[in-house]
Design a protein around this ligand. Sequence first.
Ligand SMILES: *Cc1c(COP(=O)(O)O)cnc(C)c1O
Length: 364
Amino acid sequence: MSTNQSTTEVVIHNFNAGPSILPKSVFEEAAAAVLNFNNSGLSILEFGHRTPEFTAVMEEARSLVKELMQLDSDHEVLFLHGGASTQFMQVPMNLLDTKDCAAYTDTGVWGHKALVEAKLFGKVEVVCSSREKNYTFIPKDFAVPNDAKYLHITTNNTIYGTQWQKIPKTSNTLVADMSSDIFSRVLDFNSFDLIYAGAQKNMGPAGVNLVVVNKNILGKIKRAIPTIMDYRNHIKEGSMLNTPPVFAVYVCMLTLRWLKSIGGVAAVEKLNNEKAALLYNAIDDSTLFIGTTAKEDRSKMNVCFVMKDPSLEAAFLKLAESKGIIGIKGHRSVGGFRASLYNALPISSVQALVDTMKAFKEDV
Ligand SMILES: *Cc1c(COP(=O)(O)O)cnc(C)c1O
């Protein structure tokens, strides 16, 4: 059963953290293409990736990324195999020589995993960390060594519900894991030298990474890079070095088309702000619920909260499920609840959650 769809009784409100909700129109178009792609009589799943029809899909996906992010001509767009975790390794493999040092911000489990991988390729300087405080905030004061080959940040910390509100200014090469807030807010995307994102949070199905890379930062290291891992080879081949994850790229393209049709990143950011305000206000006004992160660092994508009396949490979860609200159980390292408010989640779903929080209050 797909998300956000009526069953006979309840509407499903899908707050899953990833894989997560996508627009219903995208599911419908993708489903149709599985049966008959482009009126070809063939499924997208049996279609050659070097055909003009699929090449057009890849080209449209890449050009929509360029348009929606307003990228300059130095920034190349790639759709690569694997999850964001593959990029934890591919980034340092391409940018860091054994004797070099890279600066990492340790603001969550994903950022931590990224820095552990980078240590396999060179030296890592952890320039700030909120690990001791269970990643409940974004550190503000830190210095990046001038000779660091790059600074790595995780723009949104999916598990803990914190987000960099201001991207740190740096003269170093800037690398960002944007897996869970890609296309959710307007940023100066050209100020990043490398952006990567696993698709399954805000863009498409699992199995494909979006990589946006400033081509000028590549080719500066001595290490021999395996062909499939070298970004330059993918750029040269128009993201078709080998068989791309055809269906995943197709669904990303449909989602990007949808995003453009609703007004692009600025328009969706406005909706995301409204959704986040609705839920955070409900948490702050509540006598039962409490947010788990520093207020100024609150994520607009993943809202983490607990109950003041944890013994009530199971009952609230049960009530929520009875109202069609799914995917709000918090990550095991935080507990409580996490509501993910990705681009495709309608505000009516957030309202349903807020109404349920208030209804529960009346019950107690
Ligand atoms: C989900 C997530 C990842 C891991 O993505 P995979 O595709 O499972 O490898 C990495 N970073 C962030 C910020 C995430 O939200």
